[in-house]
Design a protein around this ligand. Structure first.
Ligand code: SAM
Length: 329
């Protein structure tokens, strides 16, 4: 094999060492901004098998990817997730394996995931008040999710983050509870600005608030931005001397957001998705078999030429993304 480490650079000079791989489109939550009516089966449901995922991970690792995130849908609805984590963690070149989960079965599974080699855990928690959590997600499980998160901390998971979508309702209810949550927990609690998708336009118009509102709230309470390291993604973290944890902001509508894009995506059916809000993807599935490694790497490198400078969310153009569970948020 020719040495190709670190070859994933696009036409704008952005380097890609981070892959987000969707292992399923299925989700068991009904988040108001994503799948308010629940997941509906459509077309073929055949997600990548563990062997196919292994081919993807080895190909990208050979091209310089060092961090892999397993997402969905809800990745933990797959019974073979432990095997997938373990094989990814054992792949030469991969030094971080992450899972993004809604946390519904975290308490039961986190120890096995950790033992299989999981290094980074992101748990989505949109509200810290049980009734609000139930209203947003369709599940009355806030206590279980937080217990799973705390178990991950007790197991010394190297990196634990929480994601919450920044909603008008949340800001109006008040952000103090989120700061209190990170007072003694060494986590980053990251707010993601609500993004408009094909399915949530009316909801977006009602609930989108700019991350600037959160930044103002943080500034008057003494939180300061943490300088970013080279190769960091677009999130900005804020720290405060009285808090062990941090509060973060992912602001996809901010100017220049895509300039620091450091990620590529693989859909649950094996297409390379160059932009979350793009169109279609480059199908790789026919090459996810033994003997096609060189052809696979060549197709991936060739595809990068088509990566756009940025999304077009400002023009209300979400590409063909109906909701984020479809391609792995
Ligand atoms: N099921 C997993 C979970 O809940 O974390 C992984 C998939 S989910 C699509 C990944 C993340 O995308 C979650 O944190 C979710 O809140 C976020 N998300 C989904 N739709 C979104 C939207 N329209 N705008 C901003 N974030 C969104």
């Amino acid at each position: 094999m020719r040495a190709r480490m670190g070859r994933l650079v696009d036409g704008f000079g952005r380097r890609f060492r981070y892959l987000r791989l969707s292992v399923t489109e299925v989700c068991n939550y009904r988040c108001t901004y994503c799948l308010p009516d629940g997941f509906k089966k459509s077309g073929s449901m055949a997600s990548l098998t563990p062997d196919e995922i292994d081919c993807v991970v080895r190909a990208f690792a050979g091209l310089g990817v060092a961090k892999l995130r397993l997402t969905g849908g809800e990745p933990s609805v797959r019974r073979d997730l432990v095997e997938i984590i373990g094989r990814a963690a054992a792949t030469p070149g991969i030094d971080k394996v992450a899972v993004t989960t809604n946390g519904w079965n975290l308490k039961r599974n986190i120890q096995a995931w950790r033992e299989a080699g999981l290094t980074n855990l992101n748990v989505s928690i949109d509200a810290l008040e049980p009734a609000a959590f139930h209203r947003i997600t369709g599940r009355d499980q806030l206590g279980d999710v937080i217990a799973g998160l705390d178990l991950a901390l007790a197991l010394n998971m190297p990196t634990v983050k929480v994601n919450a979508v920044l909603l008008r309702d949340t800001v109006e209810t008040g952000l103090d509870a989120f700061a209190a949550f990170v007072r003694d927990r060494p986590i980053s609690f990251r707010f993601i600005e609500l993004m408009r998708t094909g399915d949530n336009a009316a909801y977006f118009d009602d609930q989108h608030v700019s991350g600037v509102d959160l930044q103002g709230w943080l500034a008057v309470r003494g939180w300061s931005p943490v300088p970013k390291a080279f190769d960091d993604g677009p999130a900005i973290d804020y720290a405060h001397p009285d808090y062990r944890g941090r509060i973060g902001l992912i602001a996809p509508y901010a100017p220049g957001f895509c300039d620091s894009c450091n990620r590529l995506r693989i859909t649950a059916k094996g297409a390379l998705r160059l932009c979350l809000f793009g169109e279609l993807g480059v199908d790789l599935r026919d090459l996810l078999i033994t003997g096609q490694e060189e052809a696979l790497r060549t197709r991936i490198e060739a595809a990068l030429v088509g990566k756009p400078a940025g999304h077009r969310l400002h023009e209300n153009d979400s590409g063909d993304t109906r909701q984020l569970a479809q391609f792995g948020g």
